[in-house]
Design a binder for this molecule. Structure first.
Ligand SMILES: [Zn+2]
Length: 145
């Protein structure tokens, strides 16, 4: 097996793990604050994948980069898709002090969920772009050696 194949495999496996682990993350607000405060705006946002992206994104061709990038990729897809699905399951988002920004509509809630969901997918795309570049670097180096 070539180094590029092993690297991609590590990316895929760590993505799947991260996806599964974080799938239920937004709904942890139920067990923490009770069903009354479900859809807390922090839990139902892209903050966790964004922090992971800022801290862990690696543009090196090292094996460890594929592990950390896989974790971010899985997290961004997992939470991003969760939030997009939530758009189609009408319920308001709790913005802590005010439980709705626009009374008697779900416009604000759906904009929040939708924008955060799309941001998640954009983060995932950026991470995948980094993976593609890292694989190119591996292939380039193996030709020189
Ligand atoms: Zn949810």
């Amino acid at each position: 097996m070539r180094k590029s194949d092993i690297s991609n495999l590590i990316f895929i496996v760590s993505s799947i793990f991260s996806f599964i682990i974080l799938w239920g993350f937004p709904d942890l607000d139920i067990s923490l604050f009770g069903i009354r405060w479900h859809r807390n705006f922090i839990f139902h946002s892209i903050i966790i994948p964004f922090i992971l992206y800022k801290l862990l994104l690696s543009k090196k061709e090292k094996i460890l980069s594929f592990l950390s990038n896989g974790i971010i990729f899985g997290a961004a897809i997992s939470i991003g898709v969760h939030l997009i699905i939530d758009v189609f399951q009408p319920k308001n988002v709790h913005f802590i002090i005010v439980s709705t920004l626009v009374r008697k509509t779900l416009i604000d809630d759906n904009i929040w969920l939708g924008l955060n969901g799309i941001l998640g997918l954009l983060i995932a795309k950026k991470v995948n772009d980094a993976r593609v570049e890292n694989v190119k670097d591996i292939k380039r180096k193996s030709k020189i050696e």
